[in-house]
Design a binder for this molecule. Structure first.
Ligand SMILES: Cc1cc2nc3c(=O)[nH]c(=O)nc-3n(C[C@H](O)[C@H](O)[C@H](O)COP(=O)(O)O)c2cc1C
Length: 351
Protein backbone atom coordinates (compact mmCIF):
# COMPACT_ATOMS: atom_id res chain seq x y z
CA UNK A 1 0.00 0.00 0.00
CA UNK A 2 1.32 3.45 -0.81
CA UNK A 3 0.96 6.43 1.52
CA UNK A 4 -2.27 7.69 -0.02
CA UNK A 5 -3.90 4.24 0.12
CA UNK A 6 -2.85 3.93 3.77
CA UNK A 7 -4.37 7.34 4.53
CA UNK A 8 -7.63 6.39 2.81
CA UNK A 9 -7.81 3.22 4.89
CA UNK A 10 -7.09 4.93 8.19
CA UNK A 11 -9.24 8.02 7.46
CA UNK A 12 -12.06 6.74 5.21
CA UNK A 13 -13.80 10.13 4.96
CA UNK A 14 -10.91 11.88 3.18
CA UNK A 15 -10.60 13.00 -0.40
CA UNK A 16 -7.37 13.44 -2.33
CA UNK A 17 -5.12 15.37 -2.46
CA UNK A 18 -5.08 15.06 1.31
CA UNK A 19 -5.25 18.39 3.13
CA UNK A 20 -4.60 18.48 6.86
CA UNK A 21 -5.39 21.37 9.20
CA UNK A 22 -2.47 22.03 11.58
CA UNK A 23 -3.21 21.69 15.32
CA UNK A 24 -2.61 25.36 16.11
CA UNK A 25 -2.73 25.90 19.87
CA UNK A 26 -5.65 28.12 20.97
CA UNK A 27 -6.69 28.68 17.31
CA UNK A 28 -7.58 25.29 15.76
CA UNK A 29 -10.39 24.18 18.01
CA UNK A 30 -13.39 21.90 17.50
CA UNK A 31 -15.25 23.99 14.90
CA UNK A 32 -12.27 24.34 12.60
CA UNK A 33 -11.13 20.73 12.97
CA UNK A 34 -14.60 19.31 12.33
CA UNK A 35 -15.24 21.51 9.28
CA UNK A 36 -11.90 20.51 7.74
CA UNK A 37 -12.71 16.82 8.18
CA UNK A 38 -16.26 17.33 6.89
CA UNK A 39 -14.78 18.86 3.72
CA UNK A 40 -12.68 15.73 3.16
CA UNK A 41 -9.50 16.87 4.89
CA UNK A 42 -8.15 15.86 8.28
CA UNK A 43 -8.83 18.44 10.98
CA UNK A 44 -6.75 18.62 14.14
CA UNK A 45 -7.58 20.30 17.43
CA UNK A 46 -4.57 22.19 18.78
CA UNK A 47 -4.45 20.73 22.26
CA UNK A 48 -1.01 22.27 22.61
CA UNK A 49 -0.09 22.39 26.26
CA UNK A 50 -3.60 23.19 27.46
CA UNK A 51 -5.35 21.41 30.29
CA UNK A 52 -8.84 22.16 28.86
CA UNK A 53 -8.55 19.75 25.94
CA UNK A 54 -11.58 17.74 27.03
CA UNK A 55 -14.04 20.59 26.46
CA UNK A 56 -12.88 20.87 22.83
CA UNK A 57 -13.37 17.15 22.32
CA UNK A 58 -16.84 17.28 23.85
CA UNK A 59 -17.73 20.04 21.39
CA UNK A 60 -16.22 18.15 18.44
CA UNK A 61 -18.19 15.05 19.37
CA UNK A 62 -21.42 17.01 19.53
CA UNK A 63 -20.71 18.75 16.19
CA UNK A 64 -20.18 15.34 14.61
CA UNK A 65 -23.18 13.68 16.25
CA UNK A 66 -25.89 14.79 13.80
CA UNK A 67 -24.31 13.51 10.62
CA UNK A 68 -21.32 11.35 11.48
CA UNK A 69 -18.42 10.84 9.10
CA UNK A 70 -17.30 7.31 8.25
CA UNK A 71 -14.29 6.54 10.42
CA UNK A 72 -12.19 3.45 11.09
CA UNK A 73 -13.23 1.49 14.19
CA UNK A 74 -15.57 4.31 15.15
CA UNK A 75 -12.76 6.67 16.10
CA UNK A 76 -13.53 10.40 16.25
CA UNK A 77 -12.81 11.62 12.68
CA UNK A 78 -10.41 14.36 13.73
CA UNK A 79 -6.98 14.43 15.33
CA UNK A 80 -5.58 16.08 18.43
CA UNK A 81 -2.18 17.80 18.56
CA UNK A 82 0.08 18.05 21.59
CA UNK A 83 3.13 20.21 22.22
CA UNK A 84 4.82 17.49 24.19
CA UNK A 85 7.33 19.49 26.22
CA UNK A 86 4.48 21.21 28.02
CA UNK A 87 1.44 18.96 27.67
CA UNK A 88 0.45 16.94 30.73
CA UNK A 89 0.90 13.26 29.89
CA UNK A 90 -1.04 11.86 32.84
CA UNK A 91 -4.22 13.85 32.15
CA UNK A 92 -3.97 13.68 28.33
CA UNK A 93 -3.91 9.90 28.02
CA UNK A 94 -7.30 9.31 29.71
CA UNK A 95 -8.80 11.90 27.31
CA UNK A 96 -7.33 10.06 24.31
CA UNK A 97 -8.75 6.82 25.74
CA UNK A 98 -12.20 8.32 26.26
CA UNK A 99 -12.60 10.20 22.95
CA UNK A 100 -10.47 7.98 20.67
CA UNK A 101 -9.40 10.60 18.11
CA UNK A 102 -8.37 9.15 14.75
CA UNK A 103 -4.89 10.63 15.23
CA UNK A 104 -2.64 12.02 17.96
CA UNK A 105 0.00 14.51 16.76
CA UNK A 106 3.19 14.98 18.75
CA UNK A 107 5.64 17.87 18.44
CA UNK A 108 8.70 19.17 20.26
CA UNK A 109 9.13 16.55 23.01
CA UNK A 110 11.77 17.18 25.69
CA UNK A 111 13.57 14.00 24.65
CA UNK A 112 13.15 10.91 22.54
CA UNK A 113 12.48 8.98 25.78
CA UNK A 114 9.51 11.24 26.47
CA UNK A 115 8.23 10.77 22.91
CA UNK A 116 8.49 6.99 23.35
CA UNK A 117 6.45 7.25 26.56
CA UNK A 118 3.72 9.35 24.92
CA UNK A 119 3.55 6.97 21.97
CA UNK A 120 3.41 3.79 24.05
CA UNK A 121 0.82 5.21 26.43
CA UNK A 122 -1.35 6.47 23.55
CA UNK A 123 -1.17 3.13 21.73
CA UNK A 124 -2.09 1.29 24.93
CA UNK A 125 -4.98 3.67 25.69
CA UNK A 126 -6.43 3.78 22.16
CA UNK A 127 -4.85 1.29 19.76
CA UNK A 128 -6.81 2.67 16.77
CA UNK A 129 -5.49 6.21 17.26
CA UNK A 130 -2.68 6.71 14.75
CA UNK A 131 0.53 8.43 15.83
CA UNK A 132 1.69 11.49 13.91
CA UNK A 133 5.01 13.15 14.74
CA UNK A 134 6.10 16.50 13.34
CA UNK A 135 9.85 16.75 12.69
CA UNK A 136 12.06 19.42 11.13
CA UNK A 137 15.27 17.68 10.08
CA UNK A 138 16.60 14.46 8.58
CA UNK A 139 18.27 13.41 11.84
CA UNK A 140 15.11 13.99 13.84
CA UNK A 141 13.10 12.02 11.26
CA UNK A 142 15.46 9.05 11.49
CA UNK A 143 15.47 9.02 15.26
CA UNK A 144 11.66 9.22 15.43
CA UNK A 145 11.16 6.45 12.85
CA UNK A 146 13.72 4.22 14.57
CA UNK A 147 12.37 4.70 18.08
CA UNK A 148 8.61 5.21 17.81
CA UNK A 149 7.63 4.06 14.31
CA UNK A 150 4.93 6.70 13.80
CA UNK A 151 2.14 6.09 11.33
CA UNK A 152 2.68 9.56 9.88
CA UNK A 153 5.77 11.74 9.79
CA UNK A 154 4.94 15.42 9.27
CA UNK A 155 8.01 17.00 7.70
CA UNK A 156 8.03 20.67 8.62
CA UNK A 157 10.12 23.05 6.53
CA UNK A 158 11.47 26.39 7.71
CA UNK A 159 8.82 28.46 5.91
CA UNK A 160 6.25 27.21 8.43
CA UNK A 161 4.37 29.63 10.62
CA UNK A 162 4.60 29.26 14.39
CA UNK A 163 7.20 27.09 16.09
CA UNK A 164 9.76 24.88 14.45
CA UNK A 165 13.48 24.26 14.43
CA UNK A 166 15.45 27.53 14.42
CA UNK A 167 17.84 26.04 11.89
CA UNK A 168 16.18 24.26 9.03
CA UNK A 169 15.55 23.76 5.35
CA UNK A 170 12.52 24.42 3.18
CA UNK A 171 10.30 21.52 2.15
CA UNK A 172 11.75 21.48 -1.37
CA UNK A 173 14.99 19.90 -0.14
CA UNK A 174 13.82 18.56 3.23
CA UNK A 175 10.96 16.33 2.05
CA UNK A 176 12.93 14.36 -0.58
CA UNK A 177 15.98 14.00 1.68
CA UNK A 178 13.83 12.78 4.58
CA UNK A 179 11.95 10.41 2.23
CA UNK A 180 15.17 8.86 0.93
CA UNK A 181 16.79 8.59 4.35
CA UNK A 182 13.68 7.07 5.92
CA UNK A 183 13.25 4.62 3.01
CA UNK A 184 16.85 3.48 3.46
CA UNK A 185 16.39 3.03 7.22
CA UNK A 186 13.15 1.12 6.78
CA UNK A 187 14.78 -1.21 4.24
CA UNK A 188 17.87 -1.77 6.41
CA UNK A 189 16.22 -2.23 9.79
CA UNK A 190 12.89 -3.71 8.74
CA UNK A 191 10.82 -0.90 10.30
CA UNK A 192 7.34 0.14 9.17
CA UNK A 193 7.46 2.93 6.59
CA UNK A 194 5.65 6.04 7.82
CA UNK A 195 3.41 8.10 5.60
CA UNK A 196 5.13 11.39 4.81
CA UNK A 197 3.19 14.65 4.88
CA UNK A 198 4.72 18.05 4.11
CA UNK A 199 4.23 21.24 6.13
CA UNK A 200 5.57 24.76 5.82
CA UNK A 201 4.77 27.48 3.32
CA UNK A 202 2.00 25.52 1.57
CA UNK A 203 -1.12 27.64 1.23
CA UNK A 204 -2.63 26.90 -2.19
CA UNK A 205 -2.85 24.44 -5.07
CA UNK A 206 0.59 24.98 -6.61
CA UNK A 207 2.27 24.37 -3.25
CA UNK A 208 0.24 21.24 -2.67
CA UNK A 209 1.08 19.91 -6.15
CA UNK A 210 4.77 20.63 -5.50
CA UNK A 211 4.67 18.77 -2.18
CA UNK A 212 3.13 15.73 -3.88
CA UNK A 213 5.84 15.82 -6.53
CA UNK A 214 8.46 15.93 -3.74
CA UNK A 215 7.12 12.64 -2.42
CA UNK A 216 4.63 13.71 0.24
CA UNK A 217 1.28 11.89 0.45
CA UNK A 218 -0.50 15.04 1.59
CA UNK A 219 0.05 18.45 3.11
CA UNK A 220 -0.49 20.30 6.35
CA UNK A 221 -1.64 23.90 6.23
CA UNK A 222 -1.60 26.19 9.25
CA UNK A 223 -1.23 29.76 8.01
CA UNK A 224 -3.94 29.34 5.38
CA UNK A 225 -6.48 28.30 8.02
CA UNK A 226 -5.66 31.37 10.12
CA UNK A 227 -7.78 33.12 7.48
CA UNK A 228 -10.75 30.80 7.96
CA UNK A 229 -14.08 31.73 9.45
CA UNK A 230 -13.87 28.91 12.00
CA UNK A 231 -10.40 29.78 13.36
CA UNK A 232 -10.50 31.11 16.90
CA UNK A 233 -8.47 34.19 16.14
CA UNK A 234 -8.72 37.90 16.91
CA UNK A 235 -9.84 40.08 14.01
CA UNK A 236 -6.67 42.19 14.31
CA UNK A 237 -4.53 39.06 13.90
CA UNK A 238 -6.57 37.70 10.99
CA UNK A 239 -6.51 41.08 9.21
CA UNK A 240 -2.71 41.01 9.43
CA UNK A 241 -2.53 37.56 7.85
CA UNK A 242 -4.63 38.81 4.93
CA UNK A 243 -2.73 42.11 4.67
CA UNK A 244 0.88 40.85 4.82
CA UNK A 245 2.61 40.23 1.52
CA UNK A 246 6.09 39.07 0.54
CA UNK A 247 6.32 36.69 3.50
CA UNK A 248 10.06 36.10 3.22
CA UNK A 249 10.55 39.78 4.03
CA UNK A 250 7.63 40.46 6.32
CA UNK A 251 7.92 37.40 8.59
CA UNK A 252 10.89 36.28 10.65
CA UNK A 253 11.96 33.31 12.77
CA UNK A 254 12.75 34.59 16.24
CA UNK A 255 12.46 33.93 19.97
CA UNK A 256 11.52 37.56 20.64
CA UNK A 257 7.76 36.93 20.57
CA UNK A 258 7.99 33.96 22.98
CA UNK A 259 10.16 35.94 25.35
CA UNK A 260 7.72 38.84 25.46
CA UNK A 261 4.70 36.62 25.99
CA UNK A 262 6.43 34.41 28.54
CA UNK A 263 6.01 31.19 26.49
CA UNK A 264 9.58 30.28 27.26
CA UNK A 265 9.46 26.51 27.72
CA UNK A 266 10.66 25.82 24.18
CA UNK A 267 14.11 24.21 23.80
CA UNK A 268 16.90 26.48 22.49
CA UNK A 269 16.74 24.69 19.15
CA UNK A 270 13.22 26.05 18.46
CA UNK A 271 11.89 29.48 17.61
CA UNK A 272 8.73 30.76 15.94
CA UNK A 273 7.96 32.47 12.64
CA UNK A 274 5.70 35.49 12.84
CA UNK A 275 4.91 38.73 11.04
CA UNK A 276 7.42 41.47 11.87
CA UNK A 277 6.05 44.21 14.11
CA UNK A 278 7.30 46.78 16.63
CA UNK A 279 8.08 44.16 19.28
CA UNK A 280 10.63 42.64 16.92
CA UNK A 281 12.06 45.82 15.37
CA UNK A 282 12.49 47.39 18.81
CA UNK A 283 14.22 44.26 20.12
CA UNK A 284 16.61 44.28 17.17
CA UNK A 285 17.23 48.00 17.68
CA UNK A 286 18.36 47.21 21.23
CA UNK A 287 15.31 47.94 23.40
CA UNK A 288 15.75 46.22 26.73
CA UNK A 289 13.56 43.15 27.22
CA UNK A 290 11.79 44.33 30.36
CA UNK A 291 10.77 47.58 28.67
CA UNK A 292 9.68 45.68 25.56
CA UNK A 293 7.59 43.33 27.72
CA UNK A 294 5.96 46.29 29.44
CA UNK A 295 5.04 47.79 26.06
CA UNK A 296 3.72 44.40 24.94
CA UNK A 297 1.48 44.11 27.98
CA UNK A 298 0.15 47.63 27.44
CA UNK A 299 -0.60 46.74 23.82
CA UNK A 300 -2.76 43.78 24.89
CA UNK A 301 -5.32 46.24 26.28
CA UNK A 302 -5.73 47.80 22.81
CA UNK A 303 -7.44 44.67 21.48
CA UNK A 304 -7.51 44.42 17.67
CA UNK A 305 -5.57 47.66 17.32
CA UNK A 306 -2.58 45.93 18.97
CA UNK A 307 -1.84 44.00 15.77
CA UNK A 308 -0.18 45.49 12.69
CA UNK A 309 3.23 46.67 11.55
CA UNK A 310 3.14 49.37 14.21
CA UNK A 311 1.48 47.05 16.72
CA UNK A 312 3.18 44.71 19.18
CA UNK A 313 1.01 41.60 19.52
CA UNK A 314 2.37 38.28 18.33
CA UNK A 315 1.24 37.32 14.84
CA UNK A 316 2.62 33.84 14.15
CA UNK A 317 2.35 33.07 10.42
CA UNK A 318 4.45 31.43 7.72
CA UNK A 319 6.11 32.80 4.59
CA UNK A 320 2.99 31.82 2.63
CA UNK A 321 1.04 34.78 4.06
CA UNK A 322 1.43 36.75 0.84
CA UNK A 323 -0.69 34.16 -0.96
CA UNK A 324 -3.50 34.36 1.60
CA UNK A 325 -5.84 37.04 0.32
CA UNK A 326 -9.32 36.34 1.73
CA UNK A 327 -11.07 34.96 4.75
CA UNK A 328 -13.09 31.93 3.67
CA UNK A 329 -14.85 29.08 5.42
CA UNK A 330 -12.67 26.07 6.17
CA UNK A 331 -14.76 23.98 3.77
CA UNK A 332 -14.25 26.51 0.97
CA UNK A 333 -10.50 26.53 1.61
CA UNK A 334 -10.20 22.74 1.55
CA UNK A 335 -12.36 22.41 -1.56
CA UNK A 336 -10.68 25.26 -3.44
CA UNK A 337 -7.14 24.09 -2.65
CA UNK A 338 -8.03 20.53 -3.64
CA UNK A 339 -9.59 21.64 -6.95
CA UNK A 340 -6.69 23.92 -7.82
CA UNK A 341 -4.18 21.19 -7.02
CA UNK A 342 -6.02 18.86 -9.39
CA UNK A 343 -5.89 21.50 -12.13
CA UNK A 344 -2.15 21.97 -11.67
CA UNK A 345 -1.56 18.22 -11.81
CA UNK A 346 -3.78 17.86 -14.90
CA UNK A 347 -1.88 20.68 -16.60
CA UNK A 348 1.43 18.94 -15.83
CA UNK A 349 0.09 15.60 -17.09
CA UNK A 350 -0.91 17.26 -20.35
CA UNK A 351 2.62 18.57 -21.04
C1 LIG B 1 -0.37 30.28 14.59
C2 LIG B 1 0.26 28.92 14.52
C3 LIG B 1 0.21 28.09 15.63
C4 LIG B 1 0.78 26.83 15.58
N1 LIG B 1 0.67 26.03 16.66
C5 LIG B 1 1.14 24.75 16.61
C6 LIG B 1 0.90 23.85 17.68
O1 LIG B 1 0.27 24.20 18.68
N2 LIG B 1 1.39 22.59 17.57
C7 LIG B 1 2.06 22.17 16.46
O2 LIG B 1 2.45 21.01 16.40
N3 LIG B 1 2.30 23.01 15.43
C8 LIG B 1 1.85 24.28 15.47
N4 LIG B 1 2.07 25.13 14.41
C9 LIG B 1 2.87 24.66 13.27
C10 LIG B 1 2.04 23.80 12.33
O3 LIG B 1 1.93 22.52 12.85
C11 LIG B 1 2.62 23.68 10.91
O4 LIG B 1 3.90 23.13 10.95
C12 LIG B 1 2.68 24.97 10.14
O5 LIG B 1 1.52 25.75 10.32
C13 LIG B 1 2.89 24.71 8.66
O6 LIG B 1 3.29 25.84 7.98
P1 LIG B 1 2.30 26.95 7.39
O7 LIG B 1 1.91 27.76 8.58
O8 LIG B 1 3.16 27.69 6.44
O9 LIG B 1 1.14 26.25 6.78
C14 LIG B 1 1.47 26.39 14.42
C15 LIG B 1 1.51 27.24 13.31
C16 LIG B 1 0.91 28.47 13.33
C17 LIG B 1 0.93 29.34 12.10
Amino acid sequence: MNGIQKLKTAYPWIQTPVIVGAPMRLISLADLAVQISRAGGIGFIGGGTEPDLEEHLIRAKSLLADSPLPSRSNTLPIGVGFINWGAPLSSSIPIIKKYRPAAAWFFAPRSIASLIEWTMDTRAASPETEIWVQVGSVSEALSVVRDVQPNVLVVQGSDAGGHGLAQGAGVISLVPEVSDAVAALVAKEGKNAPIIIAAGGIVEGRGVAAALVLGASGVVMGTRFLASKEAKIAKGYQDEVVRAKDGGQTTVRTKVYDNLRGTTGWADTYNGRGIINKSYTDAVAGLNEDENKKLYNEEVSKGDAGWGVDGRLTTYAGTGVGLVTDVMSAAEIVTEVRERTRHVLERLNGQ
